[in-house]
Design a protein around this ligand. Structure first.
Ligand SMILES: C[S@@+](CC[C@H](N)C(=O)[O-])C[C@H]1O[C@@H](n2cnc3c(N)ncnc32)[C@H](O)[C@@H]1O
Length: 319
């Protein structure tokens, strides 16, 4: 039996122990080895919830609905493989995605007819969810900087029947200056150290982790977040999220933006329909962050959800 204590980088474990209380720490450490149920979304651009669930249930899948998202379901881990062999999967009528990943589009709440930006989009799980919520009406721009991931994004968008998404192979850090105040809503699901996706069964998920890499990616996140803000219309809403536990990639990045642009952007409270969360922190290793950071949320991993950091920002004026 692999143990997180012996396998994972000591510096990472030490950070977690400073960040979390004993119960939370145990929850997080367990999440690195647990075999989670498979969650997926029904793609309403290609079929109704009723038709797709009837089809899957008659093929003997044990579907459990997710109470807060009518398009989301889960099945036991041992049915995952069979799900990937169904017509519904091949035809893009379902999309396998962790439940935590569905939270950002849920909070972004893009409406049909709006102009929306997904600034770090591949492989496209959240872009697809946003396109379905917008019922393919309006304008959705999806940006990705890494070539092979960009082509995966395009393939997923085609397979899932999106018709209103424009894709751009470019660096998200340049988008704000190219498209100032263009979007009603912006999602930045930032590239991160992916700490919440560490798995003891896959050493490649964590063996390249280092505190230096966390600092490097945090620098990029700050610039992406600034670009996202510049691209947002006055009055517009932005979601920033990562699948990392490190405060350097989360509260620290958002605090930097709030300090630099205090006259034009603020955090908004978030209502989450589940309880495995904690408020964003305001103190970390000799640093103090704005009290408003308590309005950001950390999703703690459970036997079904991955860890996540998420916050909602509103632009009040040009900056
Ligand atoms: C967390 S992943 C996005 C996952 C995606 N939102 C989804 O739900 O499927 C972050 C993405 O940002 C991309 N990326 C890295 N640097 C970037 C940059 N400078 N501009 C835009 N995208 C970037 C990565 O290649 C990666 O695909």
């Amino acid at each position: 039996m692999l143990s997180p204590i012996t396998e994972l980088p000591p510096a990472f474990l030490e950070k977690l122990s400073l960040l979390l209380d004993e119960t939370q720490l145990e929850q997080v450490l367990n999440s690195f080895s647990v075999d989670k149920p498979t969650t997926f979304r029904i793609n309403t651009l290609k079929g109704s919830i009723q038709d797709t669930t009837d089809e899957l249930r008659s093929a003997q899948f044990n579907l459990t609905p997710v109470s807060w998202l009518p398009t989301a379901f889960h099945i036991p881990p041992d049915q995952r493989r069979a799900l990937t062999e169904t017509d519904a999967f091949y035809q893009g009528r379902i999309y396998i995605q962790n439940l935590s990943s569905m939270v950002a589009p849920f909070l972004l709440a893009a409406q049909p007819g709006e102009t929306v930006l997904d600034l770090a989009a591949a492989p496209g799980g959240k872009t697809l969810q946003i396109a379905a919520m917008m019922n393919n009406q309006g304008r959705l721009s999806a940006v990705e900087a890494v070539k092979n991931r960009f082509f995966k994004l395009k393939a997923n968008l085609d397979q899932q029947g999106t018709s209103m998404v424009k894709t751009y192979l470019t660096d998200g850090r340049s988008v704000g200056n190219k498209c100032p105040e263009m979007f009603d809503r912006v999602l930045l699901d930032a590239p991160c150290s992916s700490e919440a996706r560490f798995s003891l069964l896959d050493s490649s998920s964590w063996e390249h982790w280092s505190t230096r890499k966390v600092s490097e990616v945090a620098r990029k996140q700050k610039r992406l977040l600034q670009s996202a803000l510049t691209s947002l219309k006055v009055g517009g809403l932005m979601i920033y999220c990562t699948c990392s536990f490190s405060p350097e990639e989360n509260e620290h990045v958002v605090n930097h933006l709030l300090k630099k642009y205090s006259s034009c952007v603020s955090l908004e409270p978030i209502e989450l329909p589940f309880s495995n969360t904690m408020a964003g922190i305001t103190h970390w290793q000799n640093k103090t962050y704005a009290d408003a950071l308590t309005q950001s949320r950390r999703i703690l991993p459970t036997n079904i959800m991955d860890g996540f950091f998420i916050c909602k920002l509103r632009k009040h004026a040009s900056c």
